[in-house]
Design a protein around this ligand. Sequence first.
Ligand code: NAD
Ligand code: AHE
Ligand code: ZN
Length: 369
Amino acid sequence: MKSRAAVAMASGAPLEIADVDLEGPREGEVLVEIKATGLCHTDEFTRSGADPEGIFPAILGHEGAGVVVEVGPGVKSLKKGDHVIPLYTPECRECEYCLNPKTNLCQAVRETQGKGLMPDGSSRFSLDGKPVFHYMGTSTFSNYTVMPEIAAAKIREDAPFDKVCYIGCGVTTGIGAVINTAKVEIGSRCVVFGLGGIGLNVIQGLRLAGADMIVGVDLNPGREEMARRFGMTHFVNPTEVGGDLVPYLVNLTKGGADYTFDATGNVKVMRDALECAHKGWGVSVIIGVAPAGAEISTRPFQLVTGRTWKGTAFGGARGRTDVPKIVDWYMDGKIEIDPMITHTMPLEDINKGFDLMHKGESIRGVVLY
Ligand code: NAD
Ligand code: AHE
Ligand code: ZN
């Protein structure tokens, strides 16, 4: 079949709209009609050429929601008509990782997924007879896409696609970083670096967890209003701090934060996030994805004196189990999504969506098919 898609033809190039060829689902796979997809900074990271795993031509996109239109042989847990959210972190419930409660990093299809291929080692997409790579096993910048059955979370049918697509990455990553990875306790003092599509969800996760102090740090003053709306108690613009940021934040949090989060992808910020965590017990969680070649550093003394450096992928969530619950939280009004979706657009305008991200004007842009 043909599918309208935005194709990343080469590293750094704008996405090109094309009618690609898509083969039907093979053993253990499902064909999904994507109804909406968010634009996450990670898509831009890969498009730009900063991703060491980036391969081209590829169909990016990993924050979608849609409907199963066909299932391949052997598929048991999904059927035609099911509403789903694609999962870049699948959940096979059988691998060594799925069986270990300490991680959500199912490895069942990770090797082929990282090579832009389906688990049998081939791509379902092509253009002018040449293969086009999948991305993160999801490729939601195509109106129709194929993914492994274990990489689709079945969700309730009354959930609006144009909002819950964001649960496919940003919402789950931010809230999950607080609840699953940091396990923040009531009364905690916390600092969140980067108040974009992920950081704002960390903020709402901290409010849910009952944090007392929620400090937001961003270079963009335009982020303050939205972050306060989601629970931020103090805003810090590093350009307005006269002097070093770390001692300023340590002082503000009365000795250091119990939990800090990086949602910028900047390794200098990651260091600041670690170093403003409280001596003896502070935990700093890296969410941001850093460019190829970037490395983190700090004095080992920072860890010797009791700080912990952690990281999180997809907020530590087990997608097929946790994503339907997060959809329920949204439908029950426990979490908010709508105000963070600041822009919607047709697929044809997807590059404008990334321009808005670069200019700091959008929180989440969502493509509606
Ligand atoms: P975004 O562009 O919406 O937000 C980034 C925010 O960081 C912006 O508000 C920007 O002004 C701010 N910022 C940039 N540099 C800063 C600095 N030096 N100091 C303070 N603030 C700064 O991006 P996003 O979609 O929220 O993604 C954030 C990061 O999280 C990206 O690196 C993305 O790739 C990563 N990410 C990781 C996961 C995961 O599972 N670990 C999931 C989703 C996104
Ligand atoms: N390919 C990159 C790393 C990209 C990365 O860290 N991806 C996150 C999800 S970001 C979603 O917006 C992730 O889940 N990582 C775990 C994994 O197995 O990919 C690189 O640096 O090589
Ligand atoms: Zn993402």
